[in-house]
Design a protein around this ligand. Structure first.
Ligand code: ATP
Ligand code: ZN
Length: 299
């Protein structure tokens, strides 16, 4: 009965995706009644419960229909997709949204003193990775034959231990590579978090909540950089000021009582508004400038 009414969403229990995933859900209006150290968080104001698990288990939980939805990195999802396909299992998760967190890339990195001359240099090398299927696809697409050494962690120290010649691992800032005297040379996959769902048809009530959640996620992602800007402008400078407003579609123009030569302009700018822009607006004749963050947006 409950299963027909409450959505189950899988989120990483403790790691790099945990905080941004929970932050997204809070911005979507969800109040969770239990701390993240517990296995399940109960949605107090939405029929949605959060299951806290290892990120590697999230595609399986959705694939096996234990959870309806999951927040997971594209790297983990694509590796799982290839692993399932290799076993002849039909993949059954759908990507609903690309999210703006969890950015990283799966890259090839080599010891600093390696002579690198393109991906062909990998031929015959031992490559350590926790992503054997993504790496195998990368090599196959380039007709390169190399030895894939599958590890469960600590990939970056494999060359020093003599277990591999090069590595294929997740990179964001590159500081871990630097610390291990490795240089990034090729990108295998660009990654970010995604929202996935089971392709199994959901009962109407649950489906409605998936739709509502998606609308809220879109709203949250849209407003991240958006600003609401208000200013006074001489009518004569209207064209130039409209041109200077970054990423705004149709500003609202309001007459100013007692100032026939002036108007107030209100606009939503879909980009951040920098000091330089404000200075240009001021030079063009704008005054009483005010920039406000946008909290929610529905269109
Ligand atoms: P778990 O115990 O859940 O298996 P883990 O050790 O596999 O955790 P984390 O290091 O927390 O995982 O990374 C989780 C995901 O975060 C990665 O699979 C990737 O999608 C993303 N990620 C990796 N590195 C970064 C980074 N530097 N910045 C942002 N996101 C990243
Ligand atoms: Zn993991």
């Amino acid at each position: 009965m409950d299963r027909d009414r409450r959505l189950k969403l899988a989120v990483q229990k403790s790691g790099r995706l945990t905080e941004p995933s929970l932050d997204l859900l809070v911005r979507c209006g969800l109040k969770l009644s239990r701390g993240k150290d517990q296995l399940v968080g109960f949605g107090e104001n939405m029929p949605l419960d959060v299951l806290f698990v290892r990120d590697d288990d999230i595609p399986d939980l959705v694939q096996e229909d234990v959870c309806d939805l999951g927040l997971v990195g594209r790297n983990v999802l694509e590796e799982k997709r290839l692993a399932l396909e290799a076993r002849g299992v039909r993949v059954s998760f759908e990507t609903l949204r690309l999210l703006d967190f969890g950015r990283c890339r799966l890259s090839i990195a080599v010891p600093k003193d390696t002579a690198w001359d393109g991906a062909g240099t990998l031929a015959g090398k031992r490559i350590a990775t926790t992503y054997p299927h993504l790496l195998a696809r990368f090599l196959a697409e380039r007709n390169i034959v190399a030895d894939i050494v599958t590890l469960s962690g600590a990939v970056e120290i494999a060359p020093r231990l003599g277990r591999a010649d090069v590595i294929c691992d997740l990179v964001s800032t590159g500081s871990t590579l630097e610390a291990n005297h490795l240089v990034e040379v090729e990108t295998v996959l660009e990654s970010h978090a995604v929202l996935i769902r089971t392709p199994v048809a959901l009962p109407p009530l649950k489906n409605d909540w998936v739709e509502r959640l998606l609308m809220r996620i879109d709203g949250v992602q849209q407003v991240k950089e958006s600003k609401y800007i208000m200013l006074h402008a001489p009518r004569a400078a209207l064209d130039e000021i409209r041109r200077l407003l970054p990423g705004s579609e149709s500003p609202t123009i309001i007459p100013l009582e007692g100032h026939p030569d002036k108007v107030a302009i209100h606009a939503v700018c879909r980009e951040n508004v920098f000091w330089e822009t404000l200075e240009s607006l001021k030079r063009a004749g704008a005054s009483a400038l005010l920039v406000l963050p946008v909290e929610k947006m529905l269109s």
